[in-house]
Write a protein that binds this ligand. Sequence first.
Ligand SMILES: [Mn+2]
Length: 392
Amino acid sequence: MRILHTSDWHIGRTFHGVDLLADQARVLSAVAELVATESVDVVVVPGDIYDRSIPNADAIGVCNRGFEAIRAAGATIIATSGNHDSPARLGAGASFAAVGGLHLCTRVADAHRPIVLSDDDGDVAFYGIPYLEPEITRAELEVPQAHSHAEILDAAMARIRADIATRPGARTVVLAHAFVIGGEATGSERSISVGGVETVSMSAFDGIDYVALGHLHSPQTLSESVRYSGSPLPYSFGESSHRKAAWIVDFDAKGLAAVHRHELPLVRGLSRLTGTIESLLTDIEYAAAEAHYVSATLTDTTRPVDPMRKLRERFPHAVHVEWARPEGNPELHYRERVHGRRDTEVAASFLTDVRGTPSKGEMAWVERALAAAVRETDSERSESVGATELTA
Ligand SMILES: [Mn+2]
């Protein structure tokens, strides 16, 4: 049996305010193509199908077309709800969808009831554990004292092991949406720690032939049989160097036989550019970024006017721009930078920053104002000193 492991689709997610639905549709078609070319039997998606609990109509359309394409390519689909999904909404109609080969596992109470698929070597039992929020699921799992993710997951796995014991010879797959110790976050995951430790130990899954994990967004291998596929698209500029992938997992009669990584197409690259607006708009070295999502850090000495509009003339997919003066963050370092400089110099550089270089006439006016201020301060000081002496 051949299984494709992908997760964290986050359909409907925006990237710095930009709609990603077209990119998401592209990458789901690529997954469907992989199913066809690699003769995949089962696609497992452990959570974060959608980016939000109430996805908009367009997101639902993209997701359904993705499921349909994967199904049409020949695979059964098993998906669970992640921390971003609404279990009730994602699972609506699940018993009817299951008849058509789309298994939506969103109910904690059913996590120990597997979807059993067979091949010439016998049964493979797939246990889809929806994301387990401790506060919400501890009563349902009958562990009222449990507070941590680890305790809750252990309770769910105990039920699953009890079921496995009734299926001698069955090979096993578990889908879980969790932060397993040893995994690395990318920064585009939403924390699942609500007043407690969010991580769980890998040993929770001991004895399972393959554990398909969701939640962390880069593909990673915790052990031969415990892996994250990561998201199919980068969801933060911190992931610009990642290559997104899916795992293709082969089972033989004994269980796990082989795992291969298949890279997913890079729908649109990510580039972080730093320079003056003039250099970003003209330098040939930035040509490769013209088709990318661009985050620009401008180093001009004065704040450029309307920089996003200018940037988008060359980089139509620019999504973020910020201005950082070459010396660093002015808010943090201003005090150090002006230390030891004359008041007129400080005033002149302030005016340069906020408006442009002051004229000679303006600077003469500033010098007179500063001199008057110094005289006033001095006379106040001598008056108060006099007052202190009188009352002493
Ligand atoms: Mn996620």
